[in-house]
Write a protein that binds this ligand. Structure first.
Ligand SMILES: [Zn+2]
Length: 87
């Protein structure tokens, strides 16, 4: 099956928003009789996330985690990009 899009997009660029910090969150992915799923607060400091992981490791003995990173971005029309001809 072929899907054709009829939308035409402006040439946008996407950049990190310098006014907003990264958000990092760790989650324990220990699987046992009951899955742990302990979750850290959302933080912008990687060292604090690492500290939370180390503390959970020491208290619960769990060693496997996932880290989620989220950042704010800004989309702006990229005036440097050439416009694509319309079909
Ligand atoms: Zn855990």
């Amino acid at each position: 099956m072929t899907v054709k899009s009829r939308h035409s997009f402006e040439p946008y660029r996407v950049d990190p928003d310098p006014a907003v910090d990264w958000v990092i969150q760790a989650r324990c992915v220990f699987k046992g009789e009951t899955d742990c799923k302990a979750t850290s607060p959302e933080m912008s400091d990687q060292q604090k996330v690492t500290k939370w992981i180390a503390q959970h490791r020491a208290e619960a003995g769990h060693a496997r985690f996932e880290e989620t990173y989220r950042r704010a971005v800004i989309a702006t029309i990229d005036l440097r990009a050439g416009r694509r001809p319309r079909p």
